[in-house]
Design a protein around this ligand. Structure first.
Ligand SMILES: Cc1cc2nc3c(=O)[nH]c(=O)nc-3n(C[C@H](O)[C@H](O)[C@H](O)COP(=O)(O)O)c2cc1C
Length: 376
């Protein structure tokens, strides 16, 4: 593992092991990828002041969330069709999360169902919902997630319409993925991926597929679009709040006013996200809205978007975030190192947090708040 000391090493190896269309699906943003890149440049612009003469100490990385103490301040964000990126991705990620005791979020459009993932999952299973139109399907999804042991419901609200991901389109990827001669040529030069997929079969959105019988007369390719392409509104949110008795989080929040209203509506946390720059190319960097949202709500604040290591997590925490999520990084790790990847990434992130907290003289994550350098 010494060959892969950082996320950049895993990303480089992942790119070499994935067919182009899979790489583009995982790595790309929308438009000219300004938002995707802005997430990164805005993180780099946030400086923290080192602090000296603190003596020896082992930093405490734990964090309290939803009445529980988690050993680390980060988790795994939902990624649709993870199984296209690496065979059995959802179960590998759920297992890695269980062994690190961190949250794993399963997407509605994952390639495995809540029931598939349940045996691999630890104590912190979160279920991410893209809103189905049909109230019966909605209720059934919630029941299934609950029965499978998912404790936290995440409603994603930043995909009101489909986005154009030009890199993805250019690579020849369709929804659902169809192995055209062009894609097969890309697969032919990636034997590890090809072998894994040959054993597993081409991934599908299995939860959506399980409702195919309810959508009579629709071709299977239209299921996901038909079922989920509805923009939720505040009434929908209230309906869900009533239907789910555990912690509920709204993902995709960028405005302080919304955070305040969501608190009033009974949410349990705010998840700041711009969908990693995959939806809207004029959005601010997520890190740049953390302070305002922190000031607007007492709820725990979760943030994602371009986080590449422990130092980025400390930047987010210094600005007022309580918890950090990563999406692509876990999949770079999986594609680079297979089942060992997510555990290796967890070790990298933990070591990076510890080392940077040492530089900051921060014994606890809360101490990082006072280390922010004010701009100017
Ligand atoms: C390939 C891919 C698929 C994604 N699918 C979903 C999804 O199904 N549901 C969702 O809420 N977010 C989805 N996201 C967004 C992630 O949950 C998360 O917000 C984002 O990846 C965080 O940024 P990062 O990848 O830079 O860490 C997806 C992201 C990627 C890269």
């Amino acid at each position: 593992m010494a060959q892969y000391p950082g996320l950049a090493d895993l990303r480089r190896r992942a790119k070499k092991r994935l067919p182009l269309f899979v790489w583009e699906f995982l790595d790309s943003g929308t438009g000219a990828e300004k938002t995707r890149n802005r997430n990164r440049t805005a993180l780099d612009a946030r400086l923290l002041m080192p602090s000296i003469l603190h003596g020896e100490f082992a930093p405490d990385l734990s964090v309290d969330l939803f009445g529980q103490t988690l050993p680390l301040p980060f988790g795994i964000a939902p990624v649709g069709m993870s199984g296209l990126i690496w065979p059995d991705a959802e179960r590998h990620l759920a297992r890695a999360a269980a062994s690190a005791d961190i949250p794993y979020t399963l997407s509605t459009v994952a390639s495995q169902t809540p029931e598939d993932v349940a045996p691999a999952m630890g104590q912190h299973g979160w279920f991410q919902m893209y809103p189905p139109r049909d109230p019966d399907i909605r209720t059934d999804m919630l029941n299934r997630a609950r029965a499978a042991g998912f404790k936290v419901l995440v409603l994603t609200v930043d995909v009101p319409v489909a986005s154009r991901r030009e890199r993805q389109v250019r690579s020849g990827l369709t929804t659902p993925p169809k192995l055209t001669p062009r894609l097969l040529a890309q697969v032919a030069c990636r034997p590890a991926w090809a072998l894994g997929m040959a054993q597993q079969g081409m991934p599908r959105m299995r939860m959506i597929d399980s409702y195919a019988g309810d959508l009579k007369g629709l071709p299977s390719t239209s299921h996901a679009g038909y079922m989920l392409r509805t923009s939720p509104d505040w009434d929908y949110l209230r309906w869900l709040r009533d239907a789910w008795d555990g912690p509920m989080v709204v993902k995709g929040v960028m405005r302080a006013e919304d955070a305040k209203t969501l608190e009033d509506e009974g949410m349990d946390a705010i998840w700041i996200s711009n969908h990693a720059g995959r939806q809207f190319d004029a959005a601010p960097a997520t890190i740049d809205v953390v302070e305002d949202i922190r000031a607007a709500t007492k709820l725990p604040v979760i943030v994602d978007g371009g986080i590449e290591g422990g130092l980025d997590m400390l930047r987010a925490i210094a600005l007022g975030a309580d918890f950090v999520m990563m999406g692509r990084a876990w999949h770079y790790a999986l594609a680079a190192l297979g089942a060992q990847g997510p555990g290796h990434l967890t070790a990298i992130l933990k070591a990076d947090l510890e080392s940077n907290m040492g530089q900051l003289g921060a014994r606890r994550l809360a101490d990082v708040r006072s280390r922010l350098c004010q701009p100017g």
